[in-house]
Design a protein around this ligand. Structure first.
Ligand code: AMP
Ligand code: MG
Length: 424
């Protein structure tokens, strides 16, 4: 008797696998940026996305000022400065300008950030001068105009400093403050609801969960999602643990779809008897179930529950984080109105390990970026790559992305890496 085998995630090449890029394009199609905006203090704008462009109400710097401690002088006085010297007629401090106008033969003692007095066009740093009572001398081989920061040289009044859709970083917060802007209009925070599914799961916060009974595992996926979402400017709704029970799953999904903009589940999206997430979604939502040509993370359900965008992530914790970073994070950024496509930053480095690679799928292997003995950046593997091996993620500081058509990687060849820092 022969037994017909169904395609499975254990197969290297499987028909009808959706390439990663195609999955990303479909997800982008599903997500419409949120239309509601709100005004927030710049102190609270980290990670938020600007709803409109920002124009500068002022010039930065607002006054022409000194870049160094020294003397403000007229470049035309160079010969006198090098021979008899210039008369020091006053001092200009940051925030306390000198009120006069510099005349020929004069210098003003000046400190970093102080307004350059009218008449002066150059600052000579104090280390290059000699002071004798109230006469300062210095060599004539300086560059006229040196050590002066001109009003508006960073930003001119009326300049468009940021376009709508820019995500606020510490540098953006700093710039806004320097322009005297105290509040900005941003897209409202997306609400992201998530829960774990599985009869075997126990909550680590539940004292009765210890010790585990045979076959039980602690629900770790919710903490992966909590951590990943905490790095984004979103509101999270932790809906806990739901057993493999179609009624409970349906009820929780419906509630999540009513309150959230994004609903994320983990587990139960495969083809097993107890995999109710995709089945339930077919009944209540508008859901595509995809087998994605990737490893880890092959089964992924995606679609809509009510108005919310839905992601049914696989159960294995490594797959949860990989699919979160590849698909969910870009989708949430799109929802927030980010103008870039949210794709993580990647670059190529030599790989010093041999890596196995099965054909036909994009692989996301866990790697360690390091400096070799010559100080050159290289990457090595964290070791065995099973989707259940969480330790591989904790050791890693990057993902090594191997395209579907690539062969096994031999030591020394270039691979593409996606560092973990910079993911948010
Ligand atoms: P599933 O996709 O539901 O078949 O789950 C695949 C594997 O992931 C199984 O070994 C599950 O026990 C495990 N798993 C599912 N959900 C979680 C979770 N929340 N935390 C830890 N492991 C999980
Ligand atoms: Mg399960």
């Amino acid at each position: 008797m022969t037994i017909d085998k169904q395609p499975s995630c254990a197969d290297d090449s499987e028909p009808q696998l959706l390439p990663v890029d195609a999955a990303m394009a479909r997800i982008a199609n599903l997500v419409r940026p949120l239309a509601t905006t709100e005004t927030v203090s710049i102190a609270d704008c980290l990670g938020r996305v600007l709803a409109q462009a920002v124009q500068s109400p002022i010039a930065v710097p607002s006054h022409t000022n000194s870049a160094m401690d020294g003397y403000a002088v007229r470049a035309d006085d160079r010969d006198q400065a090098a021979s008899t010297g210039l008369r020091v007629v006053g001092s200009a401090f940051a925030g306390r300008p000198w009120s006069g106008e510099l005349q020929a033969g004069e210098a003003v003692r000046i400190f970093t950030g102080a307004v350059v007095p009218p008449g002066a066009d150059t600052v000579i740093i104090q280390e290059h001068t000699e002071l004798d009572v109230d006469t300062v001398r210095f060599a004539s081989d300086f560059t006229p105009g040196q050590n002066i920061r001109h009003a508006g040289e960073d930003v001119a009044a009326g300049d468009r400093v940021f376009v709508g859709g820019e995500q606020m970083s510490p540098a953006h917060m700093c710039m806004l403050a320097s322009l005297g802007i105290n509040e900005v209009s941003v897209t409202r925070k997306p609400r992201v609801a998530f829960f774990s599914t599985g009869d075997e799961l126990r909550a680590v916060s539940d004292p009765s969960s210890s010790p585990l009974n045979a076959g039980e595992v602690y629900d770790s996926n919710r903490y992966a999602l909590l951590g990943a979402l905490a790095r984004m400017a979103v509101d999270t709704i932790d809906m806990g643990l739901v057993p493999d029970d179609p009624v409970a799953i349906r009820d929780t999904l419906e509630r999540a779809g009513e309150t959230a903009d994004v609903v994320i589940t983990s587990g139960g999206v495969s083809v097993g008897e107890a995999d109710y997430v995709s089945k339930t979604l077919h009944d209540i939502g508008n859901v595509a179930f995809w087998k994605i040509a990737m490893r880890p993370g092959r089964p992924l359900a995606c679609g809509k529950v009510g108005d919310a965008v839905f992601f049914g992530l696989p159960g294995n914790p490594v797959a949860v984080l990989v699919t979160f970073y590849e698909f969910v994070q870009p989708a949430v950024r799109r929802l927030m109105g980010c103008r870039d496509d949210g794709q993580p930053f990647r670059f190529r480095v030599p790989c010093t390990s041999a890596l196995r690679k099965s054909s036909g799928r994009t692989e996301y292997q866990r790697g360690i970026l390091y400096h070799d003995d010559d100080g050159q950046l290289a990457v090595k593997t964290t070791g065995k790559q099973g989707a259940g091996r969480l330790s591989s993620l904790c050791l890693a500081n990057c993902i090594i992305v191997i395209p579907p058509n690539a062969d096994a990687i031999t030591p020394g060849s270039l691979v593409e890496v996606q560092p973990f820092t910079g993911l948010v």
